[in-house]
Design a protein around this ligand. Sequence first.
Ligand code: NAD
Length: 450
Amino acid sequence: MRVSMIGTGYVGIVSGTCLAEKGIYITCVDKDKEKVKKINNCISPIFENGLNDLLKKNIINKHLFADTNLKKAVIESEISIIAVGTPFDGEKIDLSQIRKSAEEIGTALKEKNAYHVIVVKSTVTPGTTDEVVLPILEKYSGKKAGIDFGVGMNPEFLREGCAVNDFMSPDRIIIGGIDNKTINKILELYKVFSGTDILTTNNKTAEMIKYTTNSLLATLISFSNEIANICTKTQNVDIKEVMSGVHLDKRLNPILPSNNRVNPDFLKYLEAGCGFGGSCFPKDIKALISYSEEQGENPKLLKSVIEINQKQPYKLIQLLNKHYKSFKNLHVAILGLAFKPDTDDIRESPAIPVAKLLLKEGAYIKAYDPAAKEEAKKILGNDNIEYSESLEDTLLGVDAVILVTRWDKFKNLNRLISNEKCQPLIIDGRRMLNKNDYKKYEGIGLSHGK
Ligand code: NAD
C-alpha cells in the first residue's frame, strides 16, 4: 500500500517514518522545500529519539521519500493522511492549513479515477472532518464522498520525546469514518499493528476522543499544581510527600499479586510542576473551550485548567522574589528551555515567560538545554542571555538556578555545585531534586515553613 502523508511536522514525519518501517510505502509531502530536502538527505526535520536512524533506513530502502508535489503524491497513493498544523488563533482553532490541504487533495482527486481515502490525523474539533474537510473535497474534486472517495478521522496520541516508540507500540488506534468502506481501508493500513486495541466509530466521536484524552491529562496536571499551591501556603507540608501518599491509593496504583505496584504512567500527570506546555495541551484545551461555547456550554473546569496553567510558571518568579527583591543585574541560570525533556520543542514552554520576565526586570540569563537551544534563540534572542554549551558552564557564577524542564541530566545537580563555596539558590520547578542536598532550595509546592 502507498500512503501520502500531508505535512511533515512532528506528527507527519514520525507517523510517515514509522509506517514505512512497518512496510507501507510513504510519500511525505510538505510545502516547506527545506524540510523536504532534509528528509530526502536522510536528516529528520525534528529532534526525536531514534527517528533519524529509522528515517535514514527507510529512505535508503526506498520505503519513504519526500516531495513538495502534493498532487502527484495523492494520485499515486491509495490513502492520504492529513497531518498539518491546527494552531489556536486566540479565539478558536485555526483550520486554514486543514482547508488548504483539503482543497489541494480535492483538486488532485479530480484527476484520479480510483477510489481514495482521505484521513484527518490532525487534532480537530468535532464536526471538522465531516462538515469542513468533506465538503471541500467534494467541491474541489467534483466527486462524491461515500462513492468516489472515503473520509476518515484517525487521531494521533504520540508524545514528543518518545514519539517513535509510541507510534510503533500504540496503546490504541481510533478510527472514524463516514462508512464501512472507509473504515475497512484504514483498518487495512493498520493491520501491521496486530494485537493493538482498535476502536472504530464515526468521525465526530474520533475527534472528541482526542480532545477528551488531552483535556483529562491537562486537568490532572492543573489539579496537582493547584494542590501544590495550597501546600506552599501550608506550614510543614510538601506536595511531594502529599502526592506520594495519593499515589499509594490502590484505585490509582493497583497492587499486583506479587505485592509490587503497577505504577501506571498517568501518575506522572499527578505531580506538581511549573505548568504544561507544548504544541498540544494548551491549544487543544483552548480549542475545546471555544467549541463548547459555540455549542452553548460554559466549560468552567477546562477554563480553570488553562488559568491555573498560565499562572504556574510565575510561581518560580515568586520563589525567586523571596530571596531577591529586585532582579536587576541578577545572574540567573535557566535549566531547560524545551516544554518537556527529550525534545527540542519550545512551543508554550514555561521557560519562555520566565525568561522574558527576568530579562524585562534586568537580569542576566545563562540558559541551558540539551536540545532546544536553537529553537529558543528564535524567541528569546541574544540580548542579556547566553546559551551555554554545558550544564557545568551554566552554573558558574550565577546567583540562582531555575530548573524548568525535567531533563534526566539535571537529576544530579548537587554533584556539580556541592563544592562551590557560595552555592546559588536552587528553584526546582519540577520537584525532581532532593531538597536536602542544597543549602538554599525552593520548590513548587514546598511550604514556606520548611
Ligand atoms: P507542525 O506545525 O509541526 O507541522 C505541520 C506541517 O504541515 C508543517 O511542516 C507545514 O509546513 C506542513 N503543511 C501545512 N500545510 C500544508 C500543505 N497544504 N501541504 C503540505 N504541507 C503542509 O504540526 P505537528 O506538531 O506535527 O501537528 C500536526 C497535527 O497533529 C496538529 O493538529 C496537532 O495538534 C496534532 N498532534 C500533534 C502532536 C504533537 O506531539 N506534536 C501529537 C498528536 C497530535
